[in-house]
Design a protein around this ligand. Sequence first.
Ligand SMILES: *[C@@H]1O[C@H](CO)[C@@H](O)[C@H](O)[C@H]1NC(C)=O
Ligand SMILES: *[C@@H]1O[C@H](CO)[C@@H](O)[C@H](O)[C@H]1NC(C)=O
Ligand SMILES: *[C@@H]1O[C@H](CO)[C@@H](O)[C@H](O)[C@H]1NC(C)=O
Ligand SMILES: *[C@@H]1O[C@H](CO)[C@@H](O)[C@H](O)[C@H]1NC(C)=O
Ligand SMILES: *[C@@H]1O[C@H](CO)[C@@H](O)[C@H](O)[C@H]1NC(C)=O
Ligand SMILES: *[C@@H]1O[C@H](CO)[C@@H](O)[C@H](O)[C@H]1NC(C)=O
Ligand SMILES: *[C@@H]1O[C@H](CO)[C@@H](O)[C@H](O)[C@H]1NC(C)=O
Length: 432
Amino acid sequence: MPHSLGCIWVVVVLWMTLSTPVTAQYLTDAQVSVVGQRLAEGASHSWEYGTRSEVLLEYNASSFSVLSSSVVPPPQQIPPNLAGALSDVFSITRAIVANRSISNGNVTGPQPLIQDSSAGDPASIGVAVLLANWTGQSASDGLDYAGAARDQLQFLFQNAPKTPDGAISHRLDQVQLWSDSVYMVPPFLAYYGVTTENLTLLQEAYTQISLYRTYLRDTNANNLWKHIQLGSYGTDNGHWSTGNAWAAAGMIRVLGTIQRSRFAVSLQQQQEDLASWIQEIHGGMYRYQDPSGLFHNYADNKSTFLDASSTALLASTVYRLSLLWGVHTYLPEAESARKRLSSLNGTSGLLHFTRDGWLTPVTDPYAYPFQGQDSPEGEAFVISMQAAWRDWAAAGAVGANVAPRTIDMTVNAYVLSALIVVFDIILCSVQM
Ligand SMILES: *[C@@H]1O[C@H](CO)[C@@H](O)[C@H](O)[C@H]1NC(C)=O
Ligand SMILES: *[C@@H]1O[C@H](CO)[C@@H](O)[C@H](O)[C@H]1NC(C)=O
Ligand SMILES: *[C@@H]1O[C@H](CO)[C@@H](O)[C@H](O)[C@H]1NC(C)=O
Ligand SMILES: *[C@@H]1O[C@H](CO)[C@@H](O)[C@H](O)[C@H]1NC(C)=O
Ligand SMILES: *[C@@H]1O[C@H](CO)[C@@H](O)[C@H](O)[C@H]1NC(C)=O
Ligand SMILES: *[C@@H]1O[C@H](CO)[C@@H](O)[C@H](O)[C@H]1NC(C)=O
Ligand SMILES: *[C@@H]1O[C@H](CO)[C@@H](O)[C@H](O)[C@H]1NC(C)=O
């Protein structure tokens, strides 16, 4: 008897040890919260404020984001259960709008939401500013959110340089188009269109994306987007992974804004184009996904370092495209990326996060050819990925098993451990 009890004990311990997954399946709320704290501390540039406001909506107040199944624009009355989450977003817009005149040297009229050498980046805060207006935040703080949004819009139309065919420059000092700008400007134009019921602005959001695609898409490189075109300096013909992800992420936001608004019927073809342009980027990018699940900093250049930032942001667009448009093609790739970024580092911490909760390895957000550390945008991309995955999983994880091109290591670990335990039980019964 004692001998067989001991044997069963061994079986139990073996099962518990072996069935501990080699990869965690997802980041916990607590882990994402730490990532959110690092983002809050680290965000100090225009596009970081903007991206932070967007991903906080997606993660903690999803019915007020443009990527949920809720209508756009959302109700003007804030439900009590979302008051806390939205106050995080409105504390960003309050600080920006309260300070914009000082930041811009007391100019009046057309001006960006915050001073910047980029024409496009400050507009990324615009969606949250429009939401602050829409939900009546000025009643409690007296700030003119509608005026701030209008000045930002007119600054884009009147002050920002443009190509002859009308693409709004990403830089102020010269006409230059960056793939990043697709995330910064068109989602603001589209949201402005729905909050002011202006179809022309929704069309303009689409037109800007279409123009950027004309200049940046590289038909000699599987439709990957070049990073930076035009201008007398600073061109980057490389296919920067984060830039491709910014472009796809901007497009999915415009798609979500149109699709959930009352203008959806009038803009059917535009939605179809956006969905197909997002897939075009997925197709270009995922063929270069490293076996680890990550992208190289320049997707098609293996001698550049691996970058977890772009990996997270592009994965978020795959889940969203599945939810919004029923396209599930690259879910196995997104799942492989997400699981990798959620995986444990032996028994201590996470493989792709420092002890403090910074994503790693990442591109330097202030010097994109180089590897950096402590990237606020990278933190935002993780939150966006996690929110998108959570919503997709809650909706039934449709498409999870479409033609899997990657082997799920976690499932393999379970199967292996189960086999070993069965083998052990047989050994035990033989000994008894
Ligand atoms: C989401 O909201 C919860 C509750 O307020 C908070 O603890 C958490 O930090 C928020 N998450 C992020 C990413 O900010
Ligand atoms: C306001 O803008 C000024 C000038 O750009 C800047 O130095 C200051 O840090 C800003 N204050 C806040 C609270 O953002
Ligand atoms: C803007 O106005 C504030 C308050 O009146 C003043 O302190 C500041 O010097 C002004 N800035 C500029 C650049 O004129
Ligand atoms: C501001 O919100 C009001 C509704 O409270 C809306 O009618 C108006 O169009 C909004 N303005 C902008 C610029 O979004
Ligand atoms: C829509 O927005 C554009 C650009 O700001 C503006 O010129 C036009 O007058 C607006 N249309 C309506 C109906 O408000
Ligand atoms: C690939 O990246 C390496 C390292 O940054 C660089 O030296 C090389 O020129 C790149 N190759 C191409 C084809 O861009
Ligand atoms: C993973 O663990 C190894 C060994 O303990 C450590 O050297 C490494 O820094 C850890 N990686 C991260 C991202 O914390």
